[in-house]
Design a protein around this ligand. Structure first.
Ligand code: CAA
Length: 382
């Protein structure tokens, strides 16, 4: 693995850093307080070429490799996890999945609209009784002539309230367990598609849109199938492979942001007549954080690099997601402590990093699920 970034990768990294600092950072605290993100910001992400970054040019994308996409998520994650999360669901879970599984007419119909931000995408997998055990979903898709009729409900759907296109998973034959699951591409104005905001106030990612979605006799044509009938669980798992790399890169950004904030604070905050960075306990914290973040960076870039070699990197992606999120949880925990009373209020962004990072440890497969994926890859199935 060549650790030197190419010129094209460096350019995307700098562009993403500039966008994050100039366009996102000034809004981050207010978005968090208001619990929403302006749609114009998502449009800006599209206009700068980020939303379609990894799509081929023929579908309106930028032809980025996986390392470039990871760099973009890292930079956005450094500033705001809500914005990074919105993009990861749209670009990695939905667009990259359509690119992988869609037929030519689906790719032509949706990908350039998704790249231009004319359509926002969401991924409808999680249900009240099917979170970690995704295969146990209760949403059904009954065959009716040339159509499917979908009934059920989904929760915690990021972008669900603002999306124009939903990737929906439903079981057409529950007796076949995961082999009965189908994936569908469904415009959200389809009759029977109902959505509302998730109840309660989230711990973090407060500017992201999280929806509860109900399918009430929602009729979709056979042509809406993404992948073949019964292939939906594989579609979902591969979508998560794309998404988890994005979450890992975003977590790396959160960890780096915590370290940056702590280094700055340790240099400027004075107690006992000197800067607090002179105290060994503070130095030890900073050193552990830096080692953690360097290790996370290597794992994230390795998973992205393997993907660029065309190798299935499920295990390496889960290792990256597990380690990068846990490292960032540790970093945020220490960052709040190191900032003392200031870390306990939203006067400093470490308070938001501390709340946001718990989400990354949970969504797109909890840390427990990543351990299961890694262990199965090690042991095989009996
Ligand atoms: N790519 C392709 N196929 C895969 C795969 C992958 N990464 N992982 C598994 N499969 C295939 C297997 O090969 C197997 O195929 P066969 O039937 O042909 O043998 C099939 O899928 C079933 O695999 P498992 O037996 O391993 O399935 P399982 O039921 O034991 O589940 C699991 C495994 C890893 C626990 C899975 O359920 C999982 O990842 N759970 C977590 C779900 C999750 O991350 N949810 C978050 C959703 S995020 C969301 O909703 C979006 C949002 O807005 C944030």
């Amino acid at each position: 693995m060549d650790l030197k970034l190419t010129e094209a990768q460096q350019k995307i990294q700098l562009q993403a850093r500039a966008f994050a600092c100039e366009r996102v950072a000034p809004l981050a605290r207010e978005m968090d307080e208001l619990g929403t993100m302006p749609l114009s910001l998502i449009q800006e992400l599209a206009n700068t070429g980020f939303l379609g970054g990894p799509l081929p040019k023929e579908y309106g994308g930028g032809g980025w490799d996986a390392v470039s996409l990871a760099l973009c998520y890292e930079e956005l994650g450094r500033v705001d996890s809500s914005v990074r999360g919105t993009m990861t669901v749209h670009t990695s879970l939905v667009s990259q999945c359509i690119l992988q599984w869609g037929n030519e007419s689906q790719k032509r119909e949706y990908l350039s609209q998704l790249a231009r931000g004319e359509m926002i995408g969401c991924c409808c997998l999680t249900e009240p009784n099917a979170g970690s055990d995704a295969a146990s979903m209760e949403t059904t898709a009954a065959r009716d002539g040339e159509d499917y009729v979908i009934n059920g409900e989904k929760i915690w759907i990021t972008n669900g309230g603002i999306a124009q296109l939903a990737m929906v998973f439903a079981n057409a034959d529950p007796s076949l367990k995961h082999k009965g699951i189908c994936a569908f591409l469904v415009p959200t104005d389809t009759p029977g598609f109902r959505r509302e905001k998730m109840p309660g106030k989230e711990l973090g990612h407060r500017a992201s849109d999280h929806a509860h979605i109900v399918f009430d006799n929602m009729r979709v044509p056979k042509s809406a199938l993404l992948g073949a009938h019964g292939e939906g669980f594989k579609v979902a798992m591969s979508a998560l492979d794309h998404g988890r790399l994005g979450v890992a890169a975003g977590a790396l950004g959160v960890g780096q942001a915590c370290l940056d904030a702590c280094v700055e604070f340790a240099k400027t905050r004075r107690q006992f007549g000197q800067r607090i960075g002179n105290f060994e306990m503070i130095q030890s914290t900073l050193a552990d954080m830096a080692a953690d973040i360097d290790a996370a960076r290597m794992l994230v870039y390795r998973a992205a690099w393997l993907k660029d070699q065309g190798v299935r990197a499920t295990r390496e992606t889960s290792i990256a997601k597990l380690f990068a999120t846990e490292a960032a949880v540790r970093a945020a925990n220490q960052a709040v402590l190191l900032h003392g009373g200031r870390g306990y209020s939203n006067e400093f962004p470490v308070e938001r990093y501390y709340r946001d990072i718990k989400g990354l440890q949970i969504y797109e497969g909890t840390a427990h699920i990543q351990r299961i994926v890694i262990a199965r890859e090690l042991l095989g199935r009996e």
